[in-house]
Design a binder for this molecule. Structure first.
Ligand code: ADP
Length: 568
């Protein structure tokens, strides 16, 4: 006779979901397949949102932007090997941009991978992920799922945020475990983003430097936007009276129309300033590494950053302030009155105002030209004017010229509403970011896309339509990469490497999935289509035909694009 004792059991599938939910994570972006299909099904059955994509890189980009917007790690779920590798591109991009994200991929068991026994999609994913992630973990036992997920969450959001890889071998998911034991193994991460206060003497050093400054400048980066210290940052700018420059994703932290914005005098202030306060911005290639012609006269830097090793990465930093941006800016504000810092005088602000006026007038002349076909400027003027009526809209922007022009023409009015090519200046984030932003915010998204950039994620139009997301995609269609006018010098059948199908009707693509397509050739038509699409709140695509000769090779990065001088 046997005694049958019934034991309440759960398994790895359920525990992964329980561990995520236990930490208030409610959305997964992913693409199903072996071995994680049931994980996605269960996540949905257990009340999580599962947003299914057509390519893992786009799911990963959606997770990354969700992390940036919410300060909670965005979750991307993929299959093994190629699916994992597709997601890894997004994970690397998230890490580079300091966005918190967790890539969870199904994998093959260690014993099979290590002996190379030819398992289905066998790959050493953990080690492949390591160079591109802030941290990488593999969970082998169901009872470790709680701790593995907790570590992944803390690693993603604490300190400098970044991408974390979590490897889940197939057998782990099916492993059973006694339910009580499983429940006790879950960990709710306590204080995952602790405040990190700056050292008092570092605050004094920064204030002393500012006191002596004649031509100070504040430079806001996307770290400042991420930190969600909006009120204090605005107070610092306004109480000091210091002109400021936003990096592209920091636009809107203060409205771009703010009187102290020096964006329209960017080259002047970068070259002339004597003390620059960097808030959540790295002196990387986007800022010419803090030296050279761009930076003109010698200057001293105050740098606020959570990562101590960022300091002195390219040039000497006279006053580093290490801590979280909220605490550092609050400490500066506290010390401001006692520090006796005078507001900048007319000798500094006068020439800035002059340049702003001149440059704004020059830009207005370009924007208001009456040209047919449209060019970047006239199309962007139409978009700018419509978006002004919708200050809370999320804006996604990529492309070479499309990015460069839109960044300087389209104003932002609210923080964390502009999502673009970021630190790597890459193309391919478009539809992933648009979907992530729409899902997280529940608000409309407008994606301004170069026709080439759009190609990297265009199939996600189906995803946008499937989930009925209020995303309007505008394609700047000039028939090619940069331009549509290159010709094959051999006279052969193949078109030039930079050229696409001429007069392509991208608007028809979205119609295939039930979305609304518009084909526009003038600013007036563009204005009408965009206003209508935003009002409808439905998936829409505007094929905006622009001059095929418009566009510069590599946009503003022409200097990075080597060209052959050798003759054959
Ligand atoms: P941008 O490209 O806009 O110039 P970067 O991505 O180069 O901005 O810089 C962002 C910086 O912000 C990174 O060095 C990162 O360590 C820092 N950072 C991110 N979040 C915080 C935070 N909460 N507190 C302090 N620094 C932060």
């Amino acid at each position: 006779m046997t005694n049958h004792v019934s034991v309440d059991v759960t398994d790895g599938f359920h525990l992964v979901i329980d561990a995520l939910k236990h930490n208030d994570i409610d959305t997964i972006f992913g693409l199903v397949g072996i071995p994680i299909t049931d994980l996605a099904r269960l996540a949905q059955a257990e009340g999580m949102r599962f947003i299914g994509f057509r390519h893992e890189q786009n799911a990963g980009n959606a997770a990354a932007i969700a992390g940036y917007m919410t300060q909670k790690p965005g979750i991307c779920l993929t299959v093994s090997a190629p699916g994992f590798l597709n997601g890894l591109t997004a994970l690397a991009n998230a890490t580079t941009n300091c966005f918190p994200m967790i890539l969870i991929s199904g994998s093959s068991e260690r014993e099979i991978v290590d002996l190379q026994q030819g398992d289905y999609e066998e790959m050493d994913q953990l080690n492949a992920a390591k160079p591109y992630a802030k941290a990488s973990y593999r969970i082998n036992k169901a009872e470790d799922i709680g701790v593995g997920v907790a570590r992944a969450i803390r690693a993603a959001v604490s300190g400098r945020p970044g991408g974390v890889y979590l490897d889940l071998p197939a057998q782990l998911l099916a492993q059973t475990i006694e339910a009580g034991h499983a429940k006790r193994s879950l960990i709710k991460v306590v204080d995952p983003v602790p405040r990190q206060l700056p050292a008092p003497d570092s605050v004094q050093r920064a204030l002393a430097l500012l006191k002596g400054a004649k031509k100070p400048l504040i430079l806001l980066g996307k770290g400042a936007a991420y930190a969600q210290a909006d009120d204090d940052i605005r107070a610092l700018v306004e109480r000091t009276g210091i002109p400021y420059l936003p990096m592209s994703m920091a636009k809107g932290l203060l409205p771009d129309t703010h009187a102290q914005s020096a964006s329209a005098a960017r080259s002047y202030v970068l070259a002339e300033a004597d003390v620059v306060v960097l808030i959540g911005a790295r002196l990387n290639w986007l800022l010419a590494h803090g030296k050279g012609k761009t930076w003109g006269k010698p200057k001293q830097f105050v740098q606020i950053d959570i990562s101590p090793t960022e300091i002195d990465s390219n040039v000497a930093i006279a006053a580093p302030l290490i801590g979280d941006i909220g605490s550092c800016v609050a400490a500066l504000l506290d010390g401001l009155d006692g520090a006796g810092i005078a507001k900048p005088d007319a000798e500094w602000l006068g020439p800035i105002a002059e340049r702003k006026e001149q440059n704004t007038a020059k830009m207005a002349a370009l924007l208001n030209r009456d040209v047919a076909p449209m060019n970047f400027h006239t199309a962007l003027r139409a978009i700018r004017d419509v978006l002004k009526q919708h200050p809370d809209i999320n804006l996604v922007n990529e492309g070479a010229n499309t990015l460069d022009y839109a960044r300087s023409i389209v104003d932002q009015y609210q923080p964390r509403k502009r999502f673009d090519s970021g630190t790597w200046g890459i193309m391919g984030i478009g539809m992933g970011y648009a979907i992530g932003a729409a899902v997280v915010s529940g608000k409309p998204v407008v994606a301004i896309e170069g026709d080439s950039a759009f190609g990297f994620s265009g199939m996600e139009l189906e995803t946008i339509c499937r989930y009925e997301l209020p995303v309007t995609t505008i394609i700047f269609n000039n028939n090619g990469v940069y331009r549509g006018t290159d010709v094959n010098p051999t006279g052969g059948k193949d078109v030039a490497p930079t050229v696409f199908v001429k007069n392509a009707r991208y608007d028809k693509m979205i119609e295939a999935f039930g979305g609304i397509g518009y084909h526009v050739t003038s600013p007036e038509e563009l204005t009408r289509a965009l206003s209508e699409a935003i009002a409808a709140g439905k998936p829409a695509l505007i094929n905006a035909v622009i001059d095929e000769t418009a566009g510069t090779e590599s946009g503003r990065l022409t200097n990075l694009n080597p060209q052959s001088n050798a003759k054959k």
